[in-house]
Design a protein around this ligand. Sequence first.
Ligand SMILES: [Zn+2]
Length: 320
Amino acid sequence: MEGTIAQRKVRGRKDIFCDPSTMAEHGGHNGEVFSVVFNKMPFAPGHSLIATVRHTNGLLDLTPHEAAELLSTLRKVLPYVLNKYNGGDPAYDIKIRSGDASGWTISHFHVHVIPRHRAANSGPHPYELIYEPWLDTPDRPVVAGDLRTHTKGLRRGAELNGDGKHALNGFADRRPAPIPSFLYPNVFFESQHFIALHHPEAVLPGQTLLVPKSGVRDFLALNDAELADLMLAYPKVMKRLLREYSEGSRAYITSFQTGGYSHAPLEAFHINLIPRKEGDRYAENHDQMYADIYERNGRHVDMLGREEIRRAVSELRRPE
Ligand SMILES: [Zn+2]
């Protein structure tokens, strides 16, 4: 990206990621490709955003260089945030919206990094409890202080010095979880290190899980070969889903979470890929989708029928 922040501001609509004063206030780290900031309305202590410095429409619009930078930045920021704000517990949500119909509001591609707190997860509706905007709680002064005090830490984490590397090692356990055989019939794509399968309890047509064949349980445990393959497999699968299901909206959700309380059919690491379109069932309440895919807590969720999924899988297996 050429040009100073001030020059970039002139070119596009001014927003938090274009405005240097806001960036400073929120503990911003301005890298060349990505900025890392604390979220203004955090859902949990340490809730951070990794955003492109340039204006971008979504994950698929990143250049290969930017995509590689994103993976590497995430692997630095995540251990830092988990160590600093989550007691080293590798429990977190990663959420990415792309395109207008996905409910995103800022024209810089950005990733939400949200630590999850197991203690807060004991109530009957953990999703609602945890996703109260954290700034409105009595703990607020702590995080307000953190925004200033720990700016340097976030920056250091993002730059990955020796400390960052040490922190990542703690999360990189490669002990696998088996991929259950009942999922095999839903597989429609295979790359060197990943398979893509239609979610057996999908909330929207085309909801897909991208799973490493190694069965490792955490994003931070993926090795270099898997990360390189992920950069090829992800756009192939997502573009296929968009062609099939998004009706030209180019809107989609990418998310993953770890921590063991997810409503998911497998324990291995998996990325949710969800094509969106105008007026789909979550158009009025985008966040409800996360509750439905991850944390049903006994609530009835209207899912796709078995026959509908079988049809979707055979469509997705068809060569184009
Ligand atoms: Zn901007």
